[in-house]
Design a protein around this ligand. Structure first.
Ligand code: ADP
Ligand code: MG
Length: 734
């Protein structure tokens, strides 16, 4: 019994054969023998879970079977339909076993060739049979031929279809014909009523829902295949608008739901924030002041803030976070500051200590790398409320850490955290003393700018503050592209910079293990160790950075060369970073552990080895580690030739721009939202039809429409959501 189940699952050869056939849709193939349960699994693979999903399963393209082409007129390059009588049909064995069948019409002769075929097919294609075949004609082994055409045995004068034939996206073992049948049934059975107010679609020059669905699944005679396939047809635009509208509605509802929850109001402006502002060695930039004002206002509300503080690397987000934390403290609540890496968390701890400790605010450090005794002590202080501000890694939000009265949670580099962590954070509630059901305010920070299209779509549930200027006195980092064979020049630059009392970073690349995804960018590092596949790449990477360090230490005997990588014990990491921050280490050889947030203003030179292997956002982040002081800074991208097309595009983008937004925009267009959003994608349903860049006008329209619908037609809004999002919006609650 057990064995039988196992066999059922592991039908590899059969599945492979099925895949071979499924590539060529055909009508008269043998019936698919797969049982119903496996058909369900296949539909699920296509994202089809309910009957209505079949209605929304739209054609990939269309084939024109409304016309017949004379065999002699058929040209290469475009599929045609021909009709002829079988002259000869035989199984040939050279060059391999295949069914070869010749058909003839008044104009000429054509071969049909099948590499996979059933005996029943060979029989049906007997001489004298009349065949209608659809495919591309090519010069072949035997003469002009169609390989694996879709064909049908017909009677003489069988009528031609009057409209285009839709071709659906499908999966192995699910023939077009079955899918078409299922879709036709769904179209007949499902309610296709309008969810928009009747005047809306015509305003956009679009058909009603039912008409749009009909136009796409059942093209009318005379419809043009290219226009329908190109997704610019009004019916297509209607589908995209509907999809975007559903996304907007769901984001909007989520936003409202948050606004109906309670959070502790942190509205009292006390002495602490004023004191910090007075004692800072600089004035807030206008952008910082504006962001702080927005946050300040939100914190005073009795509903949880979910605000994203965005600002390019070096724009000064940390001080705004410190002000927000102090505001919680002034109001008798605790604040927590969480960063994705030990190095970054440690740096925040130092910075916050420098700013807050003189005011008598008790800070507590908590991380996974701590000894149990220290961690227990930290946890105890957090629980009693002795701790006013806790700083650490995600260990802060693990089970067993109970806050006394958490008023504000600050998450730095939020894009590096997954949805699960955001949920864990919310589950902390506002602690023992907070009202039950009350949530802490959340402030997220990110230096990975979110292009406007994304913040209008996938991030529409968050409020966003933007720091769009850098503190004064910064000179932009000069970026240089240097081929690896000119490494000596780079060494000379490092020497010169260090002689002048400056410091430099030397970043070693990710080692790509071919068994992994090609672009193991930030965020993916999170899954490290789970699958085990990362192990080898990690070991290689470690060896590489150790070797590079040894080599550079030998080449720069007169300099102090430090080494930092992810495998160092946390206290060793911290020690090296402290040495670098204090200037005791002049050249720091590092892996991407320094990618986020590290702030050592005296460092003015950044060397990135094998820059072609890094992601665009990563390069920009790394470059942001320099140019933080008054000195002119340089970032050198060392690359290995030959460059692939994508690598070239990435290097060109960083070379040409230092503007994080422009880089993010390019990154988005090079990678697409799925890749770009990284971990967040598990929390936001991806769009199937609309493209937020190309369909920006529809995205804007959908945003307006969502507000209008929620206000004036809430029931239709619900109906629309149910139609497009059934089962999916749960994922978005994070
Ligand atoms: P990021 O936004 O990348 O986190 P940081 O908060 O680390 O940037 O700030 C970068 C550097 O700029 C820090 O050394 C910080 O002290 C300094 N800084 C922040 N705000 C100002 C300001 N208004 N004027 C001058 N320097 C500032
Ligand atoms: Mg930062």
């Amino acid at each position: 019994m057990r064995k039988a189940v196992g066999d059922g699952k592991g039908k590899a050869p059969r599945a492979a054969a099925a895949r071979g056939r499924a590539g060529r849709p055909r009508k008269s193939g043998p019936a698919d023998p797969a049982p119903a349960s496996s058909a369900k699994a296949k539909l699920e693979k296509l994202g089809i879970r309910r009957e209505f999903d079949l209605v929304l399963h739209l054609p990939l393209r269309y084939e024109d079977e409304t016309r017949l082409t004379a065999i002699a007129e058929a040209r290469e390059g475009a599929p045609v339909q021909v009709e002829g009588t079988v002259i000869d049909s035989k199984i040939a064995y050279r060059p391999r076993r295949q069914l070869v069948c010749s058909i003839e019409d008044d104009s000429g002769l054509l071969y049909m060739r099948f590499l996979n075929f059933y005996g029943s097919q060979a029989k049906a294609l007997a001489p004298g049979a009349r065949v209608r075949a659809f495919g591309e004609v090519r010069p072949g082994f035997f003469g002009a031929e169609m390989v694996h055409p879709r064909y049908r045995i017909v009677r003489e004068d069988a009528p031609l279809p009057e409209a285009l034939t839709p071709v659906y996206p499908t999966t192995a073992g699910l023939p077009q014909a079955s899918l078409r049948r299922m879709i036709a049934t769904a179209l007949a059975q499902c309610e296709l009523d309008e969810t928009l107010p009747a005047d809306i679609p015509p305003r956009f020059g679009m058909p009603a829902f039912r008409d749009a669905i009909d136009a796409l699944h059942r093209p009318r005679p005379g419809d043009d295949a290219r226009e329908l396939t190109g997704r610019t047809h009004p019916a297509w635009r209607r589908m995209k608008l509907d999809e975007l509208l559903a996304q907007q509605l769901s984001m909007r509802l989520h936003y409202r739901e948050r606004k109906s929850k309670t959070a502790p109001a942190l509205g009292q402006a006390g002495a602490l924030t004023a004191d910090l502002l007075r004692r800072l060695p600089f004035r807030l930039t206008r952008a910082q002041a504006r962001a702080w004002a927005e946050i300040e206002r939100d914190l005073g509300e009795v509903h949880p803030m979910h605000r994203l503080l965005q600002g390019d690397v070096g724009s000064g987000k940390t001080v705004v976070a410190a002000l927000a934390a102090l505001r919680a403290v002034e109001n008798g609540m605790q604040a927590a500051v969480m960063a994705p890496t030990e190095i970054l968390a440690e740096q925040h701890y130092r910075k916050f200590s420098e700013w807050l400790a003189p005011m008598g605010v008790q800070l507590t450090w908590l991380s996974g790398g701590q000894k149990k005794k220290e961690r227990d002590a930290a946890a105890a202080d957090i629980a009693t409320g002795a701790t006013r501000v806790a700083v650490g890694t995600h260990a802060l939000f693990q089970e067993g850490i109970v806050f006394n009265s958490l008023g504000l949670a600050i998450v730095d580099e939020q894009h590096r955290f997954g949805v699960e962590q955001r949920l864990a954070l919310r589950a902390k509630g506002s602690g023992r003393r907070g009202a039950s059901g009350s949530e802490p305010h959340q402030m997220m920070m990110s230096a990975t700018p979110i292009p406007r299209t994304l913040s209008m779509s996938y991030y529409a549930d968050l409020d966003v503050s933007l720091i769009d200027e850098l503190p004064p006195g910064r000179t932009p980092v000069v970026t240089k592209l240097i081929a690896a064979e000119r490494r000596d020049e780079v060494l000379a630059r490092v020497s010169a910079a260090c002689r002048e009392g400056r410091q430099a970073y030397w970043v070693c690349p990710l080692i790509e293990d071919l068994s992994l995804e090609p672009d193991a960018g930030p965020g993916k590092a999170r899954t490290r160790g789970r699958g085990g596949g990362r192990g080898k790449a990690d070991a290689l990477q470690l060896q590489n950075v150790i070797d590079t360090h040894a080599r550079l230490a030998a080449e720069f005997a007169q300099l102090s060369v430090g080494l930092v990588h992810g495998r160092l014990a946390p206290q060793d990491k911290a020690a090296v970073m402290a040495d670098f921050a204090a200037g005791r280490v002049q050249l720091l050889v590092a892996t991407t552990v320094i990618e986020v947030g590290v702030d050592v203003p005296n460092a003015s030179l950044m060397i990135i080895e094998h820059a072609e292997r890094f992601g665009l956002a990563q390069l920009h982040q790394l470059r942001g580690r320099v140019g933080r002081g008054a000195a002119d800074s340089v970032c050198i991208l060392l690359y290995q030739k030959p460059l692939g097309e994508l690598a070239r595009a990435r290097l060109k983008a960083v070379y040409e721009s230092t503007d994080g937004f422009e880089i993010a925009r390019q990154d988005l267009s090079l990678r697409g939202p799925g890749e770009y959003l990284g971990v967040r994608q598990s929390g936001a349903p991806m769009l199937r039809f609309a493209d937020i860049e190309r369909d920006l006008d529809l995205l804007e329209a959908a945003r307006e429409l969502a507000l209008q619908l929620l206000q004036h037609h809430p029931q239709q809004a619900q109906r629309h959501l149910a139609r497009w999002m059934a089962g999916k919006s749960e994922l978005m609650k994070a």
